[in-house]
Design a protein around this ligand. Structure first.
Ligand code: GDP
Length: 242
């Protein structure tokens, strides 16, 4: 029962994440772990791989907790961003496992919300059939998830949005889904150019530059800002019912 098209509950991988967690525990005595650390808007206490949705309408976790989805073309830096966000390596390891790269992978965070890692788009050589399957998986997930609170849309800070970025963005706007834009890999820009690039990206997408978070998985820039914005989304009722 491995391979694609299965839509599977998580087994085993949760243990990987637990192992990863214990490796990364802060070695300092707990009395020292206060001050700046307590300012972290998203302290990860528990991270759990819940499973993957392989087909439109296939298995998905019970929609009991708020959900936030992450979208972007492949190679935009989504895995690196997610790892930074949750301060673990295990998350992207799961999402990059062969057979899981085209699934929507769900992770429970702190029993507080569910993070949905959407499969990356933009493979040049992907067949039309596969593209259609990919899109219906994502479209139905976004349309039908009653607890979805918003989408984090990643775009590469160095490039103008691709046609697929724009299509995705328009779709989210039509849906009315709250959308956070993250400009990735800003460490690859000259510091003096960041504001102008982010401004140009925001213009191309038709959003305010203030709504766009410059991010680097290498330096950690933007991590806390993104975490705070996600918590704000999670704490807001679903837009479809408000
Ligand atoms: P994904 O396909 O969207 O999950 O992209 P990955 O997270 O796997 O990243 C694709 C490539 O970009 C990898 O070689 C990463 O090391 C690199 N990368 C990702 N984020 C950053 C970043 O913030 N800065 C830099 N310099 N490289 C990055």
């Amino acid at each position: 029962m491995s391979g694609e098209g299965q839509g599977t509950r998580a087994e085993g991988s949760a243990a990987d994440i637990a192992r990863d967690e214990s490796r990364q525990q802060d070695p300092r005595p707990s009395s020292l772990v206060s001050g700046p650390a307590s300012a972290d808007p998203l302290v990860i206490r528990r991270l759990e791989f819940l499973g993957g949705m392989a087909q439109a309408g296939g298995w998905r976790p019970e929609p009991t907790l708020p959900e936030v989805a992450f979208a972007g073309r492949s190679n935009v830096g989504k895995s690196a961003l997610l790892n930074r966000l949750v301060r673990r390596k295990a998350l992207a390891r799961v999402s990059k496992t062969p057979g899981r790269t085209r699934e929507i992978n769900f992770f429970g965070v702190n029993d507080q919300f569910v993070l949905a890692d959407l499969p990356g788009y933009g493979y040049a050589r992907i067949s039309k059939d596969r593209k259609a399957g990919w899109w219906s998986l994502i479209e139905r997930y976004l349309r039908e998830s009653s607890q979805l609170r918003g989408v984090v849309q990643l775009v590469d800070a160095r490039h103008d949005p691709s046609d697929e970025d724009l299509l995705m963005f328009d779709f989210l706007a039509d849906l009315g889904a709250p959308t956070l834009v993250v400009a990735t890999k800003v460490d690859k820009l000259r510091r003096a150019d960041v504001a102008a690039r982010v401004g140009a990206l925001a213009d191309a997408l038709g959003v305010d530059a203030e709504q766009t978070i410059p991010f680097s998985a290498v330096t950690g820039q933007g991590r806390d800002e993104l975490a705070a914005a996600i918590i704000a989304l999670v704490d807001t009722p679903p837009w479809r019912h408000s």
